[in-house]
Design a protein. Sequence first.
Length: 98
Amino acid sequence: MTDSTENGARRDGTGAAHTVTLLTRAGCLMCDTALAQLRAVCAEFDIEPGTVDVDEAAATEPELRAEYGDRLPVVLLDGREHSYFDVDEPRLRADLAR
């Protein structure tokens, strides 16, 4: 997977009340599934989730791979860990509605 957007943002270009980012790595089937779930939930709030491949980012942000590399996929909401392995859809919807 590659970075689709650095930071999740509203598709209409107005900026987002929240940012949603999926930390991932190439060839991760769980990451592919999580991204599909994340896109569906975020679409309800007109947010396009961003993705960051922790292996590609390691050259400039080695702390990402060190912190999250063994428990991918990880969902970040506004830069903070929200869930990992699975997208916690009910919780994410509730948090995005705030």
